[in-house]
Write a protein of this length. Structure first.
Length: 206
């Protein structure tokens, strides 16, 4: 089976997850699988919880990208993988893993996936989701407070100290590697329809 790899990048809260969800709905069943860069945060059992909260989670070195590259290569070769699980509440990798089977479409999602050339080169289509910074910050606050048990103060502090500077240093410059730039991600129905049609064409051509 030929595997078409779609990379979806963009800043925090840009609408990547909504775009990925729409793509998953378009390619149902065994046609699609997804892996997120966030699953591949490095484990730090040697650090205390307080020390882990102080790490810069928006820098490329925070991720075990080598493992992700290895897993994508395996999936492209029709070999199943066991991807890691990360706890955003405990700021550490969990003991369990989740099986991922090869599929016709593999969606790779993350803020920094275009920053790494080895990772970029595995992708057939690279999509960058472009959204205003104030909208992204508002979404980040709502997500982290509601889903990740953070205080609003800690989210804003993290945004100022690491998220914003890392976005400007690594995420925004990686936009130049995108094949397609979609304003507002999954909320842009016209761009989404064109992307789905393009992916289907790629699948049919393989």
């Amino acid at each position: 089976m030929n595997v078409t790899v779609i990379g979806v990048a963009g800043g925090t809260g840009s609408g990547k997850s909504t775009l990925v969800k729409r793509l998953q709905e378009a390619f149902i069943g065994d046609e699609v699988s997804t892996i997120c860069h966030d699953y591949y945060y490095k484990a730090h059992p040697e650090l205390t919880y307080e020390e882990r909260t102080q790490l810069n989670y928006d820098h490329p070195q925070a991720f075990d990208t080598d493992m992700m590259v290895e897993h994508i290569r395996a999936l492209k070769n029709n070999v199943p993988v066991e991807r890691p699980v990360y706890s955003f509440v405990n700021h550490d990798r969990m003991a369990e893993t989740v099986p991922v089977k090869p599929s016709k479409v593999l969606i790779v999602d993350g803020i920094l996936i275009f920053e790494n050339k080895e990772l970029r080169d595995l992708m057939d289509i690279k999509v960058y989701v472009d959204t205003d910074a104030d909208v992204r910050l508002a979404r980040r606050i709502m997500r982290d407070v509601k889903d990740r048990g953070r205080s609003m103060e800690s989210v804003i502090q993290q945004y100022i100290n690491t998220v914003k500077p890392m976005h400007e240093e690594f995420v925004e410059p990686s936009k130049k590697y995108a094949d397609v730039i979609i304003p507002e991600g999954g909320f842009n129905s016209v761009a989404l329809a064109m992307l789905i049609q393009n992916i289907r064409s790629l699948i049919d051509a393989k």
